[in-house]
Design a protein around this ligand. Structure first.
Ligand code: NAD
Length: 231
């Protein structure tokens, strides 16, 4: 069975109402990224960081998968599909995709600040089932933090993701500015002979062989591509 690896970024969730930050002039929901999404921010103002991610979690829970997420789930009828997403929402899961690697973490999870291997569902370990607050602790008694890879932190699953890319017959990139590394370098692990498609209204600059661009929003471009592939 042909293996399709799909690499998604914030752009695929834009039409579900979740803002990307490049489109908003480098601000993410009115915050400078370093102010809310870095280890330094966590050291300086953990309450603000928790509040920022609590808001993102509530927003993501209220959002619905859009036609692009739903179309990708349909691809599994005919292909071996692996999604590698930079997104921290769960819209691919809720659309029905089954093989999803979250490179930058998940809003729905919390982890220990003492031992990063201790990861929990936010719904199971917080008082109201939604928000992580100061005082919420892991089983070792340390503060819980969002299960998010912040800027400046290593990406624990990058090797696993690069191995998945090495096995791609077809590689699809949707809604990412390709500015956040090392995630943006994954395309260089895809075999040269494999076809690669970028779907984005503002096509990022990428230099690899066999690359095709579809300059469309995700709900148009992805739906059209999936219709072609399932024909
Ligand atoms: P980015 O904000 O850097 O780039 C967004 C890309 O999406 C741009 O290329 C833009 O042209 C494109 N885009 C905008 N609207 C689109 C649409 N309707 N259809 C298709 N493409 C569209 O996003 P990034 O490259 O993913 O990097 C941002 C980082 O911030 C990621 O690591 C991610 O973890 C995080 N983030 C996540 C979410 C989320 O989970 N929904 C939202 C914002 C940021």
């Amino acid at each position: 069975m042909q293996r399709i690896v799909v690499f998604t970024g914030a752009g695929i969730s834009a039409e579900s109402g979740l803002k990307t930050f490049r489109d908003a002039g480098g601000l993410w929901e009115n915050h400078r990224v370093e102010e809310v999404a870095s280890p330094e921010a966590w050291q300086e103002n953990p309450e603000l960081v928790l509040q920022f991610y609590n808001e993102r979690r509530r927003q993501a829970q209220a959002a619905q998968p859009n036609a692009a997420h739903l179309a990708l789930a349909q691809l599994e009828r005919r292909f071996d599909v692996q999604i590698i997403t930079q997104n921290v929402d769960d819209l691919h899961e809720r659309a029905g995709s089954t093989n999803i690697l979250h490179l930058h973490g998940e809003l729905g999870k919390a982890r220990s600040t003492l031992d990063g291997r201790l990861v929990y569902n936010v719904a199971a370990v917080t008082k109201n089932g939604v928000d992580i607050v100061l005082g919420d602790q892991c089983e070792l008694g340390s503060q819980l933090r969002p299960h998010i890879v912040w800027f400046g932190e290593i990406v624990p699953d990058i090797r696993r993701a690069s191995r998945l890319c090495e096995k791609a017959d077809f590689f699809v990139v949707i809604g990412t500015s390709m500015l956040v590394h090392p995630a943006a370098s994954l395309i260089h692990y895809v075999p040269q002979a494999a076809a690669k498609v970028l779907i984005d209204p503002d096509i990022p600059v990428v230099n690899v062989p066999n690359l095709y661009s579809i300059r469309e929003k995700a709900t148009i471009g992805v739906v059209r591509m999936v219709e072609q592939l399932l024909k």
